[in-house]
Design a protein around this ligand. Structure first.
Ligand code: UD1
Ligand code: UDP
Length: 357
């Protein structure tokens, strides 16, 4: 049996590894023995995902503090994981994406001479502050990893251009599509309600960015009284406090706690359009074919723009208002796109590991 340790810490990492964990439990239990470490970089937002998928962690390091800062968070994750790796000596550690958990998990595995598999490798903006700190986290993980599971050909080409050895790169699709398809298969929501769904949380949008976003939504809510603006607000206080201060009290703006995964996807399938700065939501919106405005200057997920589903517009208030009004007026329907995967990424990753470890 080969020993795998999976390290996750935030909501999207839980969503994007859930099907892989379930498959190890159900279909690969004769081949792999696994342990799941939660750093606890997120608490409630992550635990809701694990509850939904009925996944129990083996370790919960509970590192989260209110308004945590990057240096302390990184140091705490490294020092808390180190003894577990020293005791467990896995054949490989898997990390997902670009968070502080993923980077610190890869670094401490390297310090312990343990092989690293990077799920969602090769996404790039080539701007080290956008997204911050995720772009640099991703680049650093690439330097540490032994297996690079790239969602798309474009991601693979980014890695090849950085002289990553071709035989270590595997194009698998994004594991988020695996999770999304589980929900989509269970619930066929077809309505096209007058709902605009909003999420925002990026560090580079703290301050002026999130204030502009809120001002735009407030104005849109007045201009479009027959629309509901539904905003599940991220728990980061730099976002949460500004959003509640600026948008509370409008009768057609519904501020709410982060939704559990299933209710969020159901809402996505019902709404007319999405306004977001999230990475995962860009992938899901593209896969479902829901017109989406991306509140960033640049994206590491350009495949959704090429599919004519994502529009990248930044955080300028007028731009957000005008683009939203245009999209709603044209009432344009998008075709769904499989650029981010076909729902078999986790299976592909496990097959590769079963063969190569
Ligand atoms: C983190 C990731 C980001 C990812 C996002 C997904 C880093 C640096 N950032 O950003 O890449 O896109 O998660 O959502 O890795 N909080 C809670 N409860 C929770 C979660 C967060 O109260 O369940 C609050 C805490 O005050 C915490 C703060 O949010 O200190 C920030 O959490 P943190 O993980 O540092 O940043 P995110 O903005 O969540
Ligand atoms: N999501 C959720 N509930 C919400 C908002 C988002 O379950 O209230 C899911 C969403 O479907 C996607 C993931 O969280 O799969 C995206 O996470 P987030 O935007 O926090 O992080 P990012 O993807 O930007 O790293």
């Amino acid at each position: 049996m080969k020993k795998i340790i999976i390290i996750i810490g935030t909501r999207p990492e839980a969503i994007k590894t859930a099907i892989l964990v379930k498959k190890i439990q159900e279909e690969y239990k004769e081949i792999f023995q696994y342990k799941l470490i939660l750093t606890g970089q997120h608490d409630t937002m992550l635990n809701r995902v694990l509850d939904f998928f009925k996944i129990e962690p083996d370790y919960d390091l509970k590192v989260m503090t209110i308004n945590q800062q990057l240096s302390e968070l990184t140091a705490k994750i490294i020092t808390s994981i180190d003894p577990i790796l020293k005791r467990g000596r896995p054949d490989i550690v898997l990390v997902q994406g670009d968070t502080t958990t993923a980077f610190a998990g890869a670094l401490v595995s390297f310090y312990n001479h343990i092989q690293i598999g990077h799920i969602e490798a090769g996404l790039r903006t080539f701007n080290k502050f956008q997204p911050f700190p995720e772009e640099v986290n991703r680049q650093l993980i690439t330097n540490l990893a032994d297996f690079h599971f790239a969602p798309t050909e474009l991601n693979k080409n980014n890695l090849l251009a950085e002289k990553v050895e071709a035989k270590t790169i595997h194009v698998t699709g994004n594991t988020i599509v695996d999770a999304l398809f589980v929900i989509k298969g269970k619930y066929s929501v077809t309505s096209n309600d007058k709902i605009v769904l909003i999420t925002a949380h990026r560090r580079e949008n703290f301050g002026a960015g999130i204030r502009n976003i809120c001002d735009a939504i407030a104005e849109l809510a007045i201009k479009l009284p027959d629309y509901q603006f539904v905003y599940p607000v991220h728990k980061n206080p730099n976002i949460h406090n500004v959003v509640y201060e600026k948008l509370n009290g409008y009768k057609n703006i519904k501020l709410q706690e982060p939704l559990d995964y299933i209710n969020f996807i159901k809402l996505m399938m019902r709404c007319k359009m999405i306004i977001t700065d999230s990475g995962g939501v860009q992938e899901e919106a593209t896969t479902l074919g829901i017109p989406t405005i991306v509140l960033r200057e640049i994206t590491e997920r350009p495949e959704g723009i090429d599919s004519n589903i994502l529009k990248i517009i930044g955080t300028n208030k007028k731009m957000i208002i005008d683009t939203t009004l245009d999209l709603l007026k044209s009432n344009k329907l998008c075709n769904s796109s499989n650029v981010y995967g076909d729902g078999t990424a986790s299976e592909r990753i496990l097959k590769i590991l079963a063969k190569e470890l």
